[in-house]
Design a protein around this ligand. Structure first.
Ligand SMILES: [Zn+2]
Length: 319
C-alpha cells in the first residue's frame, strides 16, 4: 500500500528533500548540494540517486511511494515545463518529467514560492485554510496563491508572482524584472534597506541606524522596535506598499488568509501589525478582511508543499 510521499525543494546552493507519510508527518529530512555546472544537467540525476539511496536506508520500496513534488526557483507551468530557470541554468526542460522517468513514480513541479505557500496551507501558519496567499519576504519577494487547496500557476507560470505587482509608478530605479516600482523593491530585505538609506539621506534627524555599518533589515526592525523615527518610517513605507498589494490581491481573489514568511518576517508582530494597518486602509470597501499571520515552517515550507502536491484531497481524507 502506498503511504509515503517525497518533497523536493531545489535551491541555488542546495536541494532540500523530505520523506513524508501521507498525513504530513515527516519521517526524514536531508540536503544535497546543487551542482549547477553543465547547465544544471546533474541536478535531477543527483536528486533521483539521493532519493533511491535514502529509501534503501529506510527499507522503503519505491512501490510504497505515491510520488514526489518539486519546488523550482523560477516560473514553472502546471505540467512541469520550465522555459528558463536562471539560477540553475535550466532552459526549455521538464525536470518533473525527467525525475519521474528516473524514479518510475509520478512527479509534479511548481514554482518554489507557490509550493512554499502550499506547505504553509497544509501544515504551517495557514493550516486548515483552503484559500491561502503567501508572501515570502527574502532577498526578493516571492508570492504563492492557493485556491481550493491547489496552486494557481496560471497560463504562463506567472500566477502568484506577487513581488512584481507595481505599487509605485513614481519609482526611478529599476527592479530585477525590468519594471520600475515593483513590490519587491520595497518589501524585501534589500528593499527596506534601500528605503532606510534614502530616508537617512533626505532627513537630518538623528537615528540609531545612521552610520551603522552593513545596515540590514534586522537592524532596521530592531531600531523601529525601539521607536527610532527613521527606522519606523522605513517599516511604515514597507508596510504601506505591502498592505496595498494585499488589498489588491483581496480584491482579485478574496483569500481566507495571508501568510507572511521569509527572513524579513522574523521581525514578528511589529511587521504584521503595521501591514494590517495599511491593509485595512486600502480595503476601505469592506469591514471584513482576510487574516494576516506569520509563516511557521521556515525553510521547510518548500518540502512540505512539494510533498503535498502529489497527494489528492481524497488520499488525505481516507486516513
Ligand atoms: Zn519587478
Amino acid at each position: 500500500m502506498k503511504k509515503y510521499c517525497i518533497g523536493v525543494d531545489v535551491g541555488g546552493t542546495s536541494v532540500k528533500l523530505g520523506l513524508f507519510y501521507h498525513n504530513g508527518t515527516v519521517l526524514k529530512k536531508w540536503e544535497i548540494p546543487t551542482r549547477k555546472d553543465k547547465k544544471g544537467s546533474n541536478i535531477i540525476p543527483d536528486i533521483a540517486a539521493s532519493i533511491r539511496s535514502e529509501l534503501v536506508n529506510e527499507q522503503i520500496p519505491l512501490s510504497e511511494v505515491s510520488g514526489a513534488g518539486m519546488g523550482v526557483p523560477g516560473p514553472t507551468m502546471s505540467n512541469g515545463y520550465v522555459s528558463k530557470c536562471v539560477n540553475l541554468g535550466w532552459i526549455n526542460c521538464n525536470p518533473a518529467e525527467e525525475l519521474s522517468e528516473l524514479l518510475g513514480i509520478p512527479v509534479k513541479a511548481g514554482n518554489d514560492a507557490n509550493v512554499a505557500a502550499l506547505g504553509e496551507a497544509w501544515k504551517g501558519g495557514a493550516e486548515g485554510f483552503q484559500d491561502v496567499v503567501m508572501m515570502t519576504l527574502g532577498t526578493g519577494v516571492g508570492g504563492g496563491v492557493i485556491m481550493n487547496g491547489k496552486i494557481i500557476a496560471g497560463n504562463r507560470g506567472l500566477g502568484g508572482e506577487l513581488g512584481h505587482i507595481t505599487v509605485n509608478c513614481d519609482e526611478s530605479d529599476k527592479c530585477n524584472c525590468g519594471n520600475k516600482g515593483c513590490l519587491e523593491q520595497y518589501a524585501s530585505a534589500t528593499g527596506v534597506v534601500k528605503i532606510a538609506k534614502r530616508l537617512l539621506a533626505e532627513r537630518y534627524s538623528d537615528s540609531m541606524i545612521r552610520n551603522v555599518e552593513h545596515l540590514s533589515a534586522k537592524k532596521i526592525f530592531d531600531a523601529a522596535k525601539k521607536k527610532d523615527g527613521i527606522a519606523m518610517e522605513a517599516v511604515e513605507t514597507l508596510a504601506n506598499y505591502l498592505g496595498m498589494a494585499l488589498a489588491t490581491v483581496t480584491l482579485t481573489i478574496d483569500p481566507d488568509i495571508f501568510v507572511i514568511g521569509g527572513g524579513v518576517s522574523n521581525a514578528g508582530e511589529i511587521l504584521v501589525n503595521t501591514i494590517e494597518h495599511y491593509y485595512k486602509k486600502y480595503l476601505a470597501i469592506s469591514e471584513k478582511r482576510a487574516k494576516i499571520v506569520l509563516a511557521s515552517l521556515g525553510n521547510d515550507a518548500g518540502i512540505y508543499g512539494a510533498a503535498r502536491m502529489v497527494l489528492d484531497q481524497d488520499v488525505i481524507e481516507e486516513e
